[in-house]
Design a protein around this ligand. Sequence first.
Ligand SMILES: [Zn+2]
Ligand SMILES: [Zn+2]
Length: 182
Amino acid sequence: MLFAHDTELALRGAAALVNTAPTLPTDTEDLETVADLDEFLREWEWTGSRTGDPAELEAVRELRPRLRQLWTADTDTAVSLVNELLAEAGALPQLVRHGEWSWHLHATPPEAPLATRMAVEAAMAMVDVIRADELARLRVCAADDCQDVVVDLSKNRSKRFCDGGCGNRANVAAYRARKASS
Ligand SMILES: [Zn+2]
Ligand SMILES: [Zn+2]
């Protein structure tokens, strides 16, 4: 394991959140409705308070472009953004355990607004990434027609494609190209 388990989960969760946003002209909004958000939160096992209203959905959507910047920014810019997210939320790191999760960090109380908690969880994970000088593990999918963000947690830093099937498509394309040239 590269980072602590809660850091890795938070990074993957933040990437998944960023990837719900429409990027290319053909791409769709995956958080269209409050029900879509409910589903996303279930999938990523988010707990804590909810308002479940359109304002909450809107706040979560608006967080996405800010988090996306972490995948494309240089270190100095990423540091500013992380510090900004933590300061805005008045983040206060506390060790907690709940449900099946052993000791891990929360830096917002469970009653803080959802988008705030999501912002801080991502920012806290980025603190680990930046301190370990591993920002290069956050990148955009290598497929020409895909803008999804990727967290490369592999030992040999070999993950280039998102989990949306781009790796398979690239393999098939490479295979066809090899076949055509032979
Ligand atoms: Zn927790
Ligand atoms: Zn992709």
